[in-house]
Design a protein. Sequence first.
Length: 277
Amino acid sequence: MRINRALRLGVGAIALALAATACGGGDEGSALDHAKEGKLTIGIKFDQPGLGLRNKDGSYSGFDVEVAKYVAGKLGVQPESITFKEAPTPQRETLIENGQVDFIVATYSINDKRKEKVDFAGPYYVAGQSLLVKADNTDITGVESLTGNKKLCSVKGSTPAQNVKEKYAKDVQLQEFDTYSLCVEALRNGSVDAVTTDDIILAGFAAQSPGQLKVVGKPFTTENYGIGLKKGDQETRDKINDAIEAMIADGSWAKAIQQTVGGASFTPSPAPQVNRY
Ligand code: GLU
């Protein structure tokens, strides 16, 4: 009798422990399950003008935000039912793996290292690494001028920072921050000579303060922006790919890019072809 009770208690404790583990790692269910319930949590940047920006009034704007809203719409979720969550560069894979977001639309380059942890729909845009300097700077004119101990700023865990480390490590001092807005602040106060990341991101910062900052040189990498999602969730990936294709086909993509980042000093690249791997 006593043994029996101990056994029952033991089984109960194990069941409780299992339930606790299941609840521990973020929300249950796939992105499509959440969409069916009428809500989605989408990771974006909060500090990148023209791409993913949280405005002072609490609203969100930028090309990534428009892509996120369009995709959500195709999954049956209204814009007001989207919870936007900040997805800084170094945290993106973890946010997806832990189920803290359904997917991420945040200037997120598709690459093999990231594909070990997450899957990508897209690409929905093709950017290229470039350089941002103060408007009166004359000695940095492009990637070939990254010599002579220049101080460069980029973001931890980003592909541009990785690229600088691999290719220009001997010639530049790289400072790595958590966000590009911190890099731009360092550029303004003179503690770094240049900021490096994708041209479209830098163009957004330059447009925010006309006459003070400029993007220089030609883009020197290819950054395919994907929508990051849970590894192995092929159904969600297919649906998001359908949505990106529809956004391009019905003209919404062209309208969104023109309204958010297109301008006198930046010509966005044309819409890419979605890659159904
Ligand atoms: N596209 C690059 C990356 O995913 C740089 C932009 C970013 O850090 O979000 O690493």
